[in-house]
Design a binder for this molecule. Structure first.
Ligand SMILES: Cc1cc2nc3c(=O)[nH]c(=O)nc-3n(C[C@H](O)[C@H](O)[C@H](O)COP(=O)(O)OP(=O)(O)OC[C@H]3O[C@@H](n4cnc5c(N)ncnc54)[C@H](O)[C@@H]3O)c2cc1C
Length: 437
């Protein structure tokens, strides 16, 4: 069968413009059969979602494929309380459909303009007590393997834990089935909290609240806590909105950091200004998990790194990171905020919460073009690696295969499975070949 929608050779660019590759064919299949034919016939193929990953995991193959023209597939099964969805659907669309059916995920990432396939493939996660990644909520997965065969893998197969986070290396995910929970409302409180205080209380907050997220404000001595609990409406809860000007936070950050680039020590001053303007007030709000905690629009692009560490190792790791970022001789100043989130242990072989309750720490460069000279990335990576931390697969890191291999008990099993399912290496680009080839 001839694929119906293939575009001529051109160039693919990631969302923030830092990755750029030419390709010879761009496929956009419109049916399952067509997708199978493309996969079977191609020698070098990667799927792209919205290209929002900072890691080099999308392009770099001769042929690219997008699922955006596949049939719009969504079904809620009220008996199993699971949703079945096409992997090309945007997460925003999926969540809204689930809410109409009275369903929610147990946790959500702080982004909705990504594809379901991209989120699942990279272990995209949320935060809170018992929170996990969307991959951890998988009940079954329908995948097109390298030889073009279509397989449904469910929890009865040990392969499900390899498939959960597979970075497009084991096949093309066509559909997934997720476990869901009843739709709930959260009552959230947001407030500044100094470093000493949150470092000594975060575990207690994690145990006693349904939702916990901390926006750490490097070079200020403060964080900004977001704590929430399920809200039934029985007890009174008075809302308190953030000041109007808070909606300019990202614009002001981008402006200040574009100027601090040449004189990195000014980052510390920029952070003090941003803290005063945007992270000093106490607010209270209610809403669904999606409505109250997920950012819906992002005006500017970013370059992101994220590192993860077991609960027990976090405080020491954080102290070393803070010490490193405070040194005056290394120019490793970090932008606001560094997002600190909390996940329960999972079983995905490449999940960064595999086997451990895990704290995740984000590191962001507000100006993607300056990312290569943004020294905080290197500093944070070296501290986390020294403490046994794992990187987020979708985000920026430099650790090599030998380092990563030590961090995941099933790393070699994943590589062996990848080889057996894709012996001709059609799903590997150069970056991924360096790690999993
Ligand atoms: C502003 C911003 C905020 C973010 N917030 C969070 C967050 O809160 N939590 C978090 O964990 N992450 C977060 N991320 C990371 C983000 O969730 C991942 O980068 C995600 O993969 C992006 O989805 P995408 O559709 O753009 O995927 P892409 O970047 O296009 O692809 C990611 C990978 O998935 C593969 N892939 C995509 N679809 C399929 C498929 N159908 N079958 C097989 N492989 C596939 C691709 O080949 C690629 O390897 C954030 C990123 C940004 C830019």
């Amino acid at each position: 069968m001839k694929p119906q929608a293939s575009f001529k050779a051109s160039t693919w660019k990631s969302w923030n413009g830092l990755k750029e590759y030419s390709y010879s064919v761009f496929h956009a299949p419109t049916s399952s059969a067509e997708l199978q034919t493309i996969v079977a016939q191609s020698d070098s193929l990667r799927v792209v979602g919205t290209g929002r990953s900072s890691a080099d995991i999308c392009g770099g193959c001769a042929e690219l494929l997008s699922l955006h023209l596949m049939p719009d597939f969504y079904r809620y099964d009220p008996v199993s309380r699971t949703v079945h969805v096409g992997a090309g659907m945007m997460l925003s669309e999926l969540i809204q459909r689930m809410e109409r059916d009275g369903r929610s995920f147990g946790a959500l990432p702080d982004i909705d303009c990504i594809t379901v396939g991209g989120a699942v493939s990279t272990g995209t996660h949320g935060t809170g007590r018992g929170a996990q990644s969307l991959s951890d909520y998988l009940v079954s997965i329908t995948i097109i393997l390298a030889d073009g065969t279509r397989q449904v893998i469910d929890k009865s197969s040990p392969m499900i834990h390899a498939m959960q986070v597979s970075i497009g290396l084991l096949g093309i995910i066509e559909q997934v089935e997720f476990a869901t929970v009843d739709l709930f409302t959260l009552a959230l409180k947001e407030f500044p909290i100094d470093d000493r205080q949150w470092l000594s209380t975060w575990r207690e907050h994690y145990e006693t609240n349904d939702f916990l997220r901390l926006l750490w404000l490097p070079h200020t001595g403060f964080g900004y806590a977001i704590i929430g609990n399920k809200f039934t409406g029985e007890a009174p809860f008075t809302e308190k909105k953030a000041p109007e000007w808070h909606r300019y936070r990202r614009d002001v950050s981008s402006f200040l950091y574009s100027h601090s680039h040449n004189l990195p020590f000014l980052t510390a001053l920029a952070n003090q200004i941003l803290k005063r303007l945007f992270f000093s007030s106490r607010t209270r709000k209610t809403g669904t998990l999606y409505g109250s905690t997920v950012t819906k629009s992002r005006g500017s692009t970013l370059e992101l790194a994220e590192w993860t560490i077991p609960f027990d190792a976090f405080n020491d790791c954080f102290k070393d990171m803070k010490k490193g970022l405070s040194r005056l001789d290394n120019h490793a100043y970090a932008h606001i905020p560094m997002d600190i989130r909390f996940m329960d242990a999972g079983q995905a072989w490449l999940g960064n919460n595999n086997g451990n309750r895990t704290v995740t720490v984000g590191c962001v460069s507000r100006t993607p073009a300056h990312a290569d000279s943004y020294r905080a990335f290197g500093l944070v990576e070296s501290v986390f690696l020294a403490h046994g931390g794992r990187p987020h697969w979708a985000k920026r890191f430099k650790a090599c295969r030998a380092q990563l291999q030590k961090l995941y008990p099933a790393f070699d099993d994943f590589v062996a499975l990848r080889r057996s399912l894709d012996p001709a290496c059609k799903f590997l680009n150069k970056y991924l070949a360096g790690i999993f080839g």
